[in-house]
Design a protein around this ligand. Structure first.
Ligand code: ADP
Ligand code: MG
Length: 339
């Protein structure tokens, strides 16, 4: 038996008889992307692939911590007190990230770049580098002092942000989701209504797959420790819906027997360690699914479920119990999709 999640409303006609499925894929943001769509047209518009890659490249050029010379990288290197006009996409993601920081009490923090780097999850040094050492307390305190998102001044009218000095923006927990939304919008602008877009495991589905079925997607689960998986697969109909999953098993290292994932709790400056194995969030916008999944991952099950419920967010939490069992918690909005 599977758990099946279906949006409360399904609309739109299925791709007509004889429609074709097309698939494009590539690489971006240190991961892979793919797009599948169903259309009655046999051929595909020339330049379609390049158009999709342009959308992804735009996000990288503006918001990557990994691309030297990106707009974000230039902001991070800028002297204290300087103002920087942000391009519209960058500004949109920045505003969303600051909103998420406020709502989550700093669990989600777009200014946590110094901490992310310190723990080896930025461009350099990497936690996989030979000789990488876990940071000591003074180093954590120094990075914490540079990670205050409230120190960022934002001038909405002129769409510009001030570098308060030494703050490293990191939008990696939200930019992938935003990139999914942009690619999906570009496909829609080209008249394609039945599309599935994926970047590094974050997905957005519109319309229907060939044959009139929704785009069925299984939520990503933490790997089973041994043998058969103890959790039922959860199958979602991605119809005008997006999903993002944050997990402690994705990029992580083990230190003194504990898992240290690439999600940092910026409130005390250390990787999260409260036994939450993963959080999946369903949302109409992938930007928000991505941001919420990271915020909830940091908050942990108890506080995360409460905040998600307060905001009507559909989320599924998988907790690693002290005895090693994996247990699931669904927010009320997620329960509603399960029917
Ligand atoms: P994934 O979906 O790959 O698990 P996330 O969306 O959770 O990734 O983003 C993780 C990345 O976000 C990290 O590699 C780091 O760059 C950044 N990050 C880590 N902790 C936080 C945080 N508390 N708030 C915002 N960004 C964070
Ligand atoms: Mg995220």
């Amino acid at each position: 038996m599977n758990r099946v999640l279906v949006p409360l409303q399904l609309d739109g006609a299925a791709p007509v008889l004889g429609a074709q499925a097309h698939r494009f894929c590539g690489e971006t943001m240190g991961t892979t992307w793919q797009v599948i769509f169903a259309t009655p047209e046999r051929g595909v518009k020339p330049g379609l692939r390049a158009a999709l890659q342009d959308e992804l490249d735009l996000v990288v050029a503006q918001m990557s911590t990994w691309r030297p010379g990106s707009d974000l990288d230039r902001f991070n290197r800028a002297p204290a007190g300087t103002w920087h006009a942000l391009a519209e996409p960058f500004a949109h993601v920045f505003e969303a990230a600051v909103w998420m920081a406020n709502v989550s009490g700093g669990a989600f923090n777009p200014a946590a770049g110094a901490l992310v780097n310190l723990w080896g999850f930025g461009p350099a040094p990497r936690y996989t580098d030979p000789g990488f050492r876990v940071p000591d307390d003074p180093a954590v305190q120094a990075a914490l002092a540079r990670s205050d998102w409230r120190a960022l001044q934002w001038d909405a009218d002129l769409r510009r942000a001030q570098q308060p000095g030494g703050v490293c923006l990191d939008l990696s927990a939200i930019a992938k989701g935003y990139a999914v939304d942009r690619v999906a919008q570009r496909l829609a602008d080209m008249g394609l209504r039945h599309t599935l877009v994926e970047v590094g495991g974050e997905l957005r589905g519109e319309g229907l797959a060939l044959g009139g079925q929704p785009w069925w997607v299984d939520l990503e689960l933490p790997p089973a420790v041994q043998g058969a998986h103890p959790l039922l697969p959860t199958r979602v109909a991605l119809h005008g819906l997006c999903v993002a999953t944050s997990g402690d098993y994705r990029r992580a290292y083990t230190h003194n027997g504990a898992i240290w994932p690439h999600t940092i709790d910026p409130r005390h400056g250390r990787p999260v360690a409260h036994g939450l194995a993963s959080v999946s969030v369903l949302h109409e916008a992938c930007l928000w699914a991505d941001a919420w999944s990271t915020a909830l991952m940091v908050l942990g099950r108890e506080k995360g479920v409460a905040l998600a419920a307060e905001h009507g967010i559909a989320a599924l939490f998988v907790q690693r119990e002290p005895d090693g069992r994996l247990t699931e918690t669904l927010t009320p909005a997620m329960e509603a999709l399960a029917g």
